[in-house]
Each structure stands twice: as C-alpha cells, then as structure tokens.
Design a protein around this ligand. Sequence first.
Ligand SMILES: NC(=O)c1ccc[n+]([C@@H]2O[C@H](COP(=O)([O-])OP(=O)(O)OC[C@H]3O[C@@H](n4cnc5c(N)ncnc54)[C@H](O)[C@@H]3O)[C@@H](O)[C@H]2O)c1
Length: 458
Amino acid sequence: MKKGLNRRNFIKKTGTAGLGIALGSMAMSKYGCVRQPQLKTTPIAHLAAPPIEKVRVGYVGVGNQGGGHLRNLLRIDGVEIKAVCDIREERILWAQEQCLKAGKTKPTGYSRGPEDFKRMCDSEDLDLVYNATPWEWHVPISVKAMETGSHAATEVPGAITLEGCWETVETAEKYKKHCCTMENCNYDRTELMLLHMIRQGLFGELLHAECGYLHDLREWKFGTGRSPYYPKDWRLKYSIKRNGDLYPTHGLGPVAQWMDITRGNKFEYLVSMSSPSRGLKLEAVRLYGEDHPLAKTDYALGDVVTTLIKTYKGQTILVTHNTNSPRPYSRRILIQGTRGLARKYPEEKIYIEGISSPHRWEDLADYSEQYEHPLLTSLEEKAQGAGHGGMDFIEDYRLIQCLREGKPTDSDVYEGATISAVVALSEKSIAANSAPVEFPDFTRGKWKTRKPLGIVTA
Ligand SMILES: NC(=O)c1ccc[n+]([C@@H]2O[C@H](COP(=O)([O-])OP(=O)(O)OC[C@H]3O[C@@H](n4cnc5c(N)ncnc54)[C@H](O)[C@@H]3O)[C@@H](O)[C@H]2O)c1
C-alpha cells in the first residue's frame, strides 16, 4: 500500500474494508443497485469458541454506558478486568477505583489518545475487548480486538456503514471470534416475555411488528443534561451530518429475534422517509440565541424518521426514530400475529383471540406468571440496581456465560450487522426519495439453515 494511504484512508477511499473483501459486481436486483462484496472467508452457522474459565477483559470507553458495563462485569463470576482504555484520563482513574473497591486487581490504564486501544490490544492478553465508545470507533476497535486474538463486544449500533458491517463479519469469520452487538433491549423483561410467548405460539403466525427509538435527546445532544453526556458533542455531530435511522437496534433487536432474522428468515428490503428537521435548531435558538453558530447550523437528521421493512416471510416492521422532539420515552414495541397482539407503550397490553374478552385489551402483566422468561426469573435479583432497569446486567451476564461455557452467543455478528445496517440503508433510501433498498445477506445463504434463538437459561 502506498505511503500515506493507511488502512483507514484506503477503506474510506475505496468504500471496501481491507482484508479479503473484493467487490462483487454491481448487481441490479428488483430493489435497486446492490453491492454485495465477495468475501474470502466462509460463513459460520453458529460460532462456538473454546470455553474460557476466566474471561480477561479490556474495556474501551468507560463513559456513561461503559461505566455501567464495567460495574456489571465486576459483579459477574469468572471475569477479570485486565485493562481499561479511555481518551479521558479521569475515567481511567474512576474505572480503576471501581475495580479496587470491588476487591479486584487494578487494571492497566490506556489513555494516550483515540487510538490507544491498539496498544492495549497489542500488549495485553485479553479474551474479550468490549467497547462503549462513540459510534465511529465501534468497528476499528472490534476489528483490532479480533485481529489480536480477542472476542469483541460493542455497544450499539455495531457499525454505521455497510462497509463496517461487512468488515466485522469478515474479521469474525477469518479469526473465528465472536463479534457481538450488545443490544440490551433484547433482555428487557417485556421483550423477553414476548419472545417466550412467541416461541409458545401464543400469537399464532407473526405478521407485523412496530418498534423504534423515541427518546427526547435534545438536552443530551447539546450537553445541557443532568450529567455531562457525550463529550465533544459526538452525538450532535451525527445529527448535523446524517439523515437516517441512526439508532435502530433498541427496537429492532428484539423484533429480529422474535422473527428469526438471519435464522430461518431475513430482512428483504426497506423504505424510509424523514420529516422536516426542526427540533435541534429550535432548541439551539432557545439555549443560545439566534446568532449562535449552533442556531445557524443546518441539521440533516429529520425529527421523525420512519422506516418500513419487509421480511422474507412477508412480515412488515415499522421502525421509528425520533430523538429531537418533545415527547415521553418509547420504543413503541408492538407485535401482531394471526391470533392476537401485544404492545408495550404507553401501557403494556395484550389481546389474544379466544382468551381475552372480545375486542378488549388485557394487562400484559396478568400473563407474566405463565410466560416470564426463565432468564428473568433466575437473574432478576442479581440484576437489581444495574443500568436500564437491570437488562444491561442480564446481557453482560449472558455474554460472559456463553464465553465461559464455549457456547454460541445469543446474538452474533450476522444479527448485529443486519440490525445495524439499517443506519446506512435508511439513509440511502431517504436520499433516493424513499426508494426501496435491499438488505445485504451477511450470512450468504446460511440464514436458511441457522437455528432460531431458543429460550436460554442462566
Ligand atoms: N445500550 C444502551 O442502552 C446505550 C445507552 C447509552 C449509550 N449507548 C451506546 O454506548 C456508546 C457510548 O455512549 P455513552 O452514552 O456512554 O457516551 P459517552 O460519551 O458518555 O462515553 C463514551 C466514552 O468513550 C470515550 N472515548 C471516546 N473516544 C474514544 C476512543 N477512541 N478510545 C477510547 N475511549 C474513547 C469517551 O471519553 C467517553 O468516556 C455509544 O455507542 C452509545 O450508542 C448505549
């Protein structure tokens, strides 16, 4: 490679990840022009790596979310935090203090700049590199982790470009490492219970789902929230640059598992539309006055981005992204089958033909005794007090459990790439006047024979 054209620039310039990715032909499909790279690696149906007795972890990005994961990991048996990495030294000191307070050894700190995770990966013996950094770092950190012999786990979304999605898939296949997009909402009580109900056939055949991320983040994006979130305004910068569903996985993660996406079913194509972009400019004027540069900034991100996905089995999924408007929090969450439906917001309700009184909602809570997911039953006490109502603890527990037992993880690189790909695909559809855009098949055909996620236990 020419001097001055490093790996990252190469990827940027060519739009391909390095490694073995050679671009396949620009094939015309019925949903437009599709670029499907020909990887040199082979898809793996269900990766199970050798069991690890004690999982040695390097944690990158110990900010708000990473700090929560670190505290969870300190409470899970069979974990050793060997190293922590953050561009802010004060966060390293905080993380080291947490480890010492928990009676563990002090992890080595890495804080010599944004690429210091490379030094950490090169110099430490790690089994798992877990990161909760701003989005642009998820792929470089995961890839470096796998290249240096570790499994990778990353906060959501796993990647924000299609090239990034492919690069994680190819690297995981090449090194036979787990690369997990850590979608905590897969482990929320209601989503787990709905999975349990779906597996028992309560809703009949699944027809349609609704989900999304509807969270008024204006104060966090401008750094005026209760705690100092998003240093260097990293999240705001994405709202300035990109118009798409920038955060699809909180809603889509559970729906993908319910509908067996990449495991007997797949997303076929999507169409997306965005509303006008108003909320951030209005907020900037309110906060700083009309003459402030942020009040004069044009924000690319439409306030409400709506995406419709069609699956191979013909189901439809409505996904909404809204982080710029005044509104209470919601992930929308609705599942409709041939026998009935359930929804999570604003109140949890269910209607099942033959069980519920005709045309009347019932409280979903009335079904919990029969349908509570066993993970919840066994981990609820341990998860008390952990982030996002305890679901973050359950997700971390399951990751470590699978690594220690040498079992496939609940969600793998194919599922992570597929739900994360919505960021880039929705952006593409919006830019093309809501044209349908086909999903890449990251499994390259293996989705037909991969087994659906079962009801796992702790
Ligand atoms: N699953 C969830 O519910 C949830 C909730 C919040 C955030 N997140 C995700 O977690 C990630 C982090 O979000 P956050 O809210 O914690 O943000 P944050 O800004 O609080 O934390 C990011 C941390 O990464 C550090 N950092 C930035 N660049 C780095 C680099 N190159 N190397 C090492 N450290 C670096 C920052 O100093 C900071 O401490 C994002 O991907 C976000 O989408 C997920």
